[in-house]
Write a protein that binds this ligand. Structure first.
Ligand SMILES: *Cc1c(COP(=O)(O)O)cnc(C)c1O
Length: 384
C-alpha cells in the first residue's frame, strides 16, 4: 500500500504503540489520586506535558490536554468569548478547518459578528483585509497556521503583531504545521495554539491547547479539577503518554525525516507537472507545508481518480474529510478562486514518514495512466 493521506491521519509510530501498550499494562491509576499508583500516572503525564510544551517553546503549565484538535479549536474560541461577553466580533479566515468554521457559525447564532477573511489565489490572508476587520469589539482572531488541504502557511507572526497592537488575543490552529515547520509559540507571542497527536504519528483522540499564561479563557468542559479546572474529566492518560512519546520521536528524527519527505514531495510535484500537462497545482508554490500537494485535473471527477488509485492500493483524498462523502465543494478551493468543477477535479496527496522513494516512482507510473484513461471516457474536458 502507498499511503498519501498523512494530512488526514498518520500511522502510529512503533515506539508510540510500544509505550502506550506498556503504560496500559502497568499503570491504571487515576492521576488525581494521592497514593503512589495515582502519583506515578501523574508523573508520566507531566513528562508528556513537558515534552509537548518543550516542542512549542512554552512552559508545562501552559499546555492543556483535550480530546482532539477539534476540541482544542472549540475550547479556544468558545472559552475566549465566554470569558469576555462584552466582545461580540470574531475574525477568522475563509479557509479554516471545519473545527473553526463550525464554531464560528455557532457564534454567529449567538449574535457574534464573524468576519471570514478572504484569501488570494495561493490561499494567503491579506494583512490589509485583516487590519480593517479588527474593531474594539473584536474578542478573538483565529487564523490557521498551515492549511490542511493546500498547505499554505499564513503570516501568523504579522497577524499576532497587528492584533496585539489593538489588544486582541490570537488563536492559531497549528495541527498541520506542528512537526512540519518550525514553531515556537512563545516567540510568536500567540495566546492560544492547537495541536493534535494523530497528525504527528501519535494516537487519535488526544489534542492539546497551548494557553499563554495570563490569557483570559473560561473552562470548556465543566466538572472536576483536571487540567487545572479548565477541561474537566479523567484524563486520557494513555493518549497523553502516547502524545509525549510521539513528540519525543519527532524531536529524535523529525528534522532528518522532514527534509527527506520534502524531497520526495518535490519529486512527485515535478513528476506530475511533467507527465500530466493538464494538471494544475493548487496552493502556494513556495510558502506552504511542502509535503502537501493539491492538484486539479480539469474535466475529471476527483472521486474517479481516488477510486482508480485505490484499486492500485494508492490512497489519496480530496482534501477535506467533510466533503469526502457529500457533493459539497471544498470551501478552501472555492476561496482560492477555483470554479466548482475545477475544485471537484482536485485531489490531495500528503506525504509522510510511511513513504519511500519507490512509492513516488509507482505513483508517477500509475497516475498519468489513470488520468489518460479517465480522460478518454469523459465526455467533456476543456482540453478536447
Ligand atoms: C486534523 C485537523 C484538525 C482536527 O484534529 P482532530 O484531532 O482530528 O480533531 C484540526 N485542524 C486541522 C488543520 C487539521 O488538519
Amino acid at each position: 500500500m502507498i499511503y498519501l493521506d498523512h494530512n488526514a491521519t498518520t500511522p502510529v509510530d512503533p515506539a508510540v504503540a510500544e509505550r502506550m501498550a506498556w503504560f496500559l499494562r502497568e499503570h491504571f491509576g487515576n492521576p488525581s489520586s494521592i497514593y503512589p499508583i495515582g502519583r506515578k500516572v501523574k508523573e508520566l503525564m507531566n513528562e508528556a506535558r513537558e515534552r509537548v510544551a518543550g516542542s512549542l517553546g512554552v512552559d508545562r503549565g501552559e499546555i492543556f490536554f483535550t480530546g482532539s484538535g477539534t476540541e482544542s479549536d472549540n475550547f479556544a474560541i468558545f472559552g475566549t468569548f465566554d470569558a469576555a461577553p462584552e466582545k461580540n466580533e470574531f475574525v477568522t479566515s475563509a479557509i479554516e478547518h471545519p473545527a473553526v468554521i463550525e464554531a464560528a457559525k455557532a457564534l454567529e447564532k449567538r449574535g457574534v459578528k464573524v468576519t471570514y477573511l478572504p484569501v488570494d489565489k495561493y490561499g494567503t490572508v491579506g494583512l490589509d483585509d485583516f487590519r480593517s476587520a479588527l474593531t474594539p469589539k473584536t474578542g478573538l482572531v483565529s487564523v490557521m497556521h498551515a492549511n490542511n488541504e493546500i498547505g499554505t502557511i499564513q503570516p501568523i507572526d504579522e497577524i499576532v503583531r497587528i492584533a496585539h497592537e489593538r489588544d486582541v488575543p490570537v488563536h492559531t490552529d497549528a495541527v498541520q504545521s506542528f512537526g512540519k515547520i518550525d514553531l515556537d509559540a512563545r516567540k510568536l507571542g500567540i495566546d492560544f495554539l492547537t495541536v493534535s497527536a494523530h497528525k504527528i504519528y501519535g494516537p487519535k483522540g488526544i489534542g492539546a491547547l497551548y494557553i499563554r499564561r495570563g490569557a483570559n479563557i473560561c473552562p470548556f468542559v465543566r466538572g472536576g479539577r483536571q487540567e487545572r479546572g479548565l477541561r474537566a474529566g479523567t484524563e486520557n492518560t494513555a493518549g497523553i503518554v502516547g502524545f509525549g512519546e510521539a513528540v519525543r520521536v519527532l524531536e529524535e528524527k523529525g528534522r532528518k525525516e522532514r527534509s527527506r519527505i520534502e524531497k520526495l514531495a518535490e519529486t512527485l510535484k515535478r513528476g506530475v507537472e511533467e507527465n500530466i500537462p493538464s494538471a494544475r497545482f493548487n496552493g502556494h508554490p513556495e510558502n506552504r507545508v511542502k509535503s502537501t500537494l493539491n492538484f486539479a485535473f480539469p474535466g475529471i471527477e476527483a472521486e474517479a481518480i481516488l477510486l482508480a488509485l485505490a484499486t492500485k492500493e494508492i490512497y489519496v483524498s480530496t482534501g477535506s474529510a467533510c466533503s469526502e462523502e457529500s457533493e459539497e465543494v471544498s470551501h478552501v478551493l472555492q476561496a482560492i478562486g477555483l470554479k466548482p468543477e475545477i475544485a471537484r477535479s482536485s485531489i490531495r496527496m500528503s506525504l509522510g514518514r510511511s513513504n519511500a522513494k519507490e512509492d513516488i516512482a509507482v505513483v508517477l507510473r500509475e497516475l498519468p495512466e489513470i488520468i489518460k484513461k479517465l480522460r478518454a471516457i469523459t465526455a467533456f474536458h476543456p482540453e478536447s
